[in-house]
Ligand binder design. Structure first.
Ligand SMILES: [Fe+2]
Length: 212
């Protein structure tokens, strides 16, 4: 039985888009371990899961299919969210441009938005999950959400700024002091990248609306 192209199991990790020693308050040891073990592990497990899914046939027990589908979505989203997270680090933390303006319009002030984002992060402290500033492709709205189990996210949301709140993202450097890690995240946030993501998402929404 040929392996479907959609389940080829050949994903490879993307390199970090910055020098691992370059971050301010996030150690090379921690970001390196995060990239290699947690992100790298998700990519490897996604590949293995795809190859198992490729074997599904009419006689595969439904509970096996269901378990594989759960794992597939978790590993696929973990890969994507880690890539968005690493991709929006390595900056100088200075918010500017269209996203700054849009956040001010959506929340009254950008400080108010940051308050929401930080509160969402601390709601996940000691547990697991992601905080995502997302762009809804169908409405064009900015949404701040907590993402549980890698999977509970905006159905049509494009990640603009992503914060990993799994303990592996901060415990080596900060122990249980999650708020200090959130400070470090904002100090290293790459708002140029977030602005580029917003511009691409807005173009996609414009094309979507033009076609309907
Ligand atoms: Fe992670």
């Amino acid at each position: 039985m040929p392996t479907p192209a959609a389940l080829a199991g050949k994903h490879a990790p993307l390199p970090l888009p910055f020098k691992p020693s370059a971050l301010n308050g996030i150690s090379e040891r921690m970001i390196g371990s995060h990239w290699e073990n947690n992100y790298g592990g998700a990519v490897k497990n996604l590949n293995k899961t795809e190859l198992e899914l490729a074997k599904i046939g009419a006689d595969t027990p439904p509970f096996v299919v269901a378990a594989l589908r759960d794992k597939e979505l978790a590993f696929r989203n973990s890969k994507a969210l880690h890539e968005a997270y690493f991709g929006n680090l390595g900056g100088d933390g200075k918010r500017s441009g269209a996203i700054d303006t849009a956040l001010g319009e959506a929340y009254g002030t950008t400080a108010r938005w940051e308050e929401h984002f930080r509160a969402t992060a601390l709601g996940l402290a000691g547990g697991s999950g992601w905080v995502m500033l997302g762009y809804e492709l169908d409405t064009g709205a900015l949404r701040t959400v907590g993402v549980g189990n890698h999977t509970q996210s905006l159905a049509v949301g494009v990640p603009l700024l992503v914060l990993d709140m799994y303990e592996h993202a901060y415990h080596i450097d900060y122990g249980a002091a999650a708020a200090k890690y959130v400070d470090a995240f904002f100090a290293n946030a790459n708002w140029d990248e977030a602005n580029q993501r917003l511009a691409r998402a807005q173009q996609a929404t414009a094309a979507w609306r033009a076609a309907t």
